[in-house]
Ligand binder design. Sequence first.
Ligand code: SF4
Ligand code: SF4
Length: 198
Amino acid sequence: MYGLGILKGMWVTLTHFVDTFVDDLRWLGRRYYTPEGIAHRSSKDSRGIFTVQYPEEKLPVPEEFRYIPFLIYDIDENGEHQDRCTSCGICAKVCPPQCIWIVRTEDPETKRPVPEPVEFFIDIDICMNCGYCSEYCPFQAIRMDHDYELSSFDRHAEHIFNKERLSKPAAYYNEIRPVNFAIDEAERAEKAAKKAGN
Ligand code: SF4
Ligand code: SF4
């Protein structure tokens, strides 16, 4: 019958519309953005339409989610920041779009290189979030961040992240990537033990 398809389509839309309220009532007082809620909404039992009220509400990202890299620093017993980065330059070499720029520190008297960067830049408009820098860094100094809210009205100066903007404490890394952090710490401990044994 002519128009039957339209009626069927409207019925499907109406079903989704009603199911949305039914599912909302079943979850009344509980939030969807918990691991349990997300598992439910991604399952075959999910009904209706699910909309995240971004930016007020955000879905949590999985641990392996990766966005712009960040540099990790440790805090020593005197409360001083200790860069893990030795400015070896490997990350800059392997970066496919070449968006990392490092300025090495040098001893003012001998002019010999000091293993820490005086400056470290990443052009976040060029970075393609591939994670190579993180994979190849031999010092567990650069890792991929979860922070994806980086838009601004200035796409030049604001999007060239300097060392200050890129640096975050190891505790932050542990917070966003606990499994990776534990693996890194084990590797660092092994390296330190080998070094102490030499
Ligand atoms: S972040 Fe890692 S790979 Fe890049 S310069 Fe620093 S130590 Fe080397
Ligand atoms: S994530 Fe990829 S593109 Fe971005 S800085 Fe690292 S190596 Fe370069």
